[in-house]
Design a binder for this molecule. Structure first.
Ligand code: MIC
Ligand code: SF4
Length: 643
């Protein structure tokens, strides 16, 4: 059979199930990555499952999200992560070494392999030819212990690239175009494969930028071929031995073909408050800009940063603009320093930020009230920057750097600046001294400071649902709405504390009301519209609601990672059979189901009775036998430990 690249990788890793579109398959995971904000819980759950050592080819624990260190919490987490990594055989990337996806691409990603990461932008690895998938920490913990990762056999779309990017038009504009075509919803169960003659004109970091923002479309991953460009990149990283060729067979089949002529693209922006609201920069020209942030796992490669430096060199940041730059990794930072590019940035008036997630997750550098912030990252959800009424636009580093000089949206092609055509280096500076290899396990004590809690436990699924609708929300609710990060991020290892902030910016009374209703013996239910759970892989958006006694989310549709996380924490992800039923439910409605557990266990429709309206609401609980067993056990931890 002629195979495309996605099929080649998945079929060679298939351990359970048949490769039939939409059906669940279990695949072997070669590599895993975790980051600190999801990692502490992932390793606590690894320990709680009684696992003793990692069984993957490589597992890396990164520290990049929580590096602000106000108070002891972050530092406690870092030490726990370092010691637990040493104990179980995980490689530890120290704070300061850079953003997980950027560093993994530089130092570890290997064509043709599978990578599972507890971060939704793990698909960045697709730039180097990995099937790289984001998941909740518990799924990653299972994979670290040698367990399979379960996902639906995907539909595969081919994105056929032709032509060549013109000056000032970038990889970011390619993926913004893709977001215009596919939007941010309706793509669950899809994997993208990039191909066509345009691919060989894109470097590995450019491919990674494109693969990175597949997460915003809700596709499971995006994969590029592994070709001579990949080989050159790996050689420049001193890793030529990791290269292998990866291409689709002639005549391979796809479920859909999308064609993009790179030569015809223009500089673009995603507008507030969704990565799917796309406009051309030429349509936004002249709009005042207050803040510019360049960095993140989407756009902070060596070339992105050198281009930024070349644009800023000999010029001064507009007095009305605050410019922050966060090079993506220590490698990039060290190379910028040696090439004098840091000097150009600093001389221009840029503020140098740590090589970490920082501004992207609203952990610092929040813009002023009501301001316009141009950022090179991948998400502009309302309030994510830390400023509720800020207008965040997502753009390329080129557009961002030019706007930092002019103080307004400016089509960079008309800014009167010569295009700095920066080349990929023949050799990267390789210094892995911030990467710590696992030590002697027997001599390692796991450090547990006061910020390190226990993973919360859950009871078995109740036989009957005695539900109350605690919240009714609309479409496209993101995990940033459900479980805010930013200033709250430091409580990731302390679930009772973090749970106080569930839906904080949607309904500040939610957490308290849920705890009261739970204490009164009720089961809490959330009602939602389409595409519930967009964005992050943070399993706290399921774990903390579980702690608050949430037993079901009834939605018009779900995003993949969040639906899996809900199941892992024993919360039923139900969809309305008739979407019109959504509008009939109000906060406070009593929703009951007599055969709740039995229906879930047997995969039958779940009928909820609304006591106020008298209506019977039919819900679909479309799960595999494996998933039904997890749900009825009260979650994956109970299921795995046999509780
Ligand atoms: C994000 O970009 O939203 C994050 C922060 O990286 C999350 C992970 C997290 O919440 O810890 C993600 O993308 O999965
Ligand atoms: Fe970090 Fe932002 Fe990338 Fe998430 S999207 S991994 S917060 S840089």
């Amino acid at each position: 059979m002629k195979q495309n690249i996605v099929e080649k990788i998945l079929v060679s890793h298939l351990k359970e199930g048949e490769f039939i579109k939409g059906k669940e398959i279990g695949i072997r995971i070669d590599q895993t990555l975790t980051q600190d904000a999801t990692g502490t819980m992932a390793y606590l759950q690894f320990e709680a499952m009684g696992l003793k050592e990692i069984k993957t080819d490589l597992s890396v624990s990164y520290v990049d999200h929580n590096t602000v260190q106000i108070g002891f919490e972050n530092a406690d987490d870092h030490k726990y992560l370092q010691s637990v990594a040493a104990k179980y055989g995980v490689v530890y990337s120290r704070p300061g070494n850079g953003i997980c996806h950027q560093v993994h691409l530089e130092r570890f990603g290997k064509p043709g392999t599978t990578l599972l990461g507890s971060d939704s932008h793990t698909p960045t690895g697709g730039g180097i030819g990995q099937v790289a998938i984001g998941a909740g920490g518990l799924d990653v913990a299972v994979a670290m212990g040698g367990g399979l990762f379960y996902t639906a056999a995907p539909k595969v779309y081919l994105v056929k690239l032709s032509g060549e990017l013109q000056p000032w038009v970038t990889a970011k504009d390619v993926v913004l175009k893709m977001l215009e075509i596919l939007s941010t919803k309706g793509n669950v169960g899809v994997m993208l494969e990039y191909g066509g003659p345009g691919v060989k004109k894109l470097s590995v970091p450019q491919r990674a930028t494109i693969a990175n923002m597949g997460a915003e479309m809700g596709v499971t991953c995006s994969v590029f071929p592994s070709d001579n460009v990949t080989k050159k990149f790996l050689k420049a990283q001193g890793r030529e031995a990791d290269w292998s060729e990866l291409k689709s067979d002639r005549g391979a089949k796809y479920d859909r073909v999308i064609e993009i002529d790179l030569s015809a693209l223009e500089p673009m922006a995603a507008c507030p408050h969704s990565p799917g609201i796309i406009k051309k920069i030429s349509e936004l020209e002249g709009k005042k800009v207050d803040q510019v942030c360049i960095g993140s796992c989407t756009n902070s490669s060596f070339k992105d940063m050198m281009t930024t430096a070349a644009i800023l060199k000999g010029r001064t940041v507009n007095p009305e603009v605050s410019l922050g730059i966060a090079p993506g990794s220590r490698q990039v930072l060290q190379m910028l320093a040696r090439k004098g590019a840091l000097t150009a940035m600093l001389d221009s008036g840029a503020r140098l930020l740590e090589s970490a997630c920082g501004f992207c997750i609203g952990n610092h550098f929040s813009p002023k009230s009501g301001s316009v912030s141009l950022r090179t990252n991948n998400r502009n959800f309302e309030g994510r920057s830390g400023t509720a009424d800020a207008q965040v636009y997502l753009v390329s580093p080129e557009v961002a750097a030019v706007a930092a000089l002019t103080g307004k949206f400016t089509d960079p092609r008309k800014a009167g600046i010569n295009y700095p055509a920066v080349k990929e280096p023949g050799t990267f500076l390789v210094d892995d001294s911030f990467v710590i290899k696992p030590a002697d396990a027997a001599k390692t004590e796991v450090f547990r400071g006061p910020n390190i809690g226990e993973p919360p436990s859950n009871a078995r699924m109740p036989e009957q649902l005695n539900g109350v609708a605690m919240l009714v929300v609309g479409d496209k609710i993101t995990t940033d709405h459900i479980m805010p990060a930013g200033a709250r991020l430091k409580y990731r290892s302390n679930v009772p504390k973090y749970a106080q902030f569930v839906f904080e910016n949607v309904d500040a009374t939610f957490s308290k009301r849920c705890l009261e209703s739970k204490a009164a013996g009720a089961h809490n239910v959330i009602i939602a519209g389409e595409s519930y759970g967009q964005g992050s892989s943070r399993e706290h958006a399921a774990m903390c609601p579980m702690y608050l006694g949430v037993k079901a989310v009834v939605a018009k549709s779900f995003e993949r990672i969040h639906a899996a996380n809900l199941l892992n924490f024993g919360i039923a992800p139900l969809t309305f059979k008739n979407q019109a039923d959504y509008a009939t439910i109000q906060v406070g409605d009593k929703l009951t189901c007599g055969d709740w557990r039995a229906a879930a266990a047997e995969g039958k429709p779940v009928i909820l009775k609304n006591a106020r309206t008298g209506a019977s609401i039919e819900c679909v609980c479309d799960l595999s036998a494996r998933q039904r067993a997890i749900l009825t056990a009260g979650g994956l931890l109970n299921h795995t430990t046999g509780k």
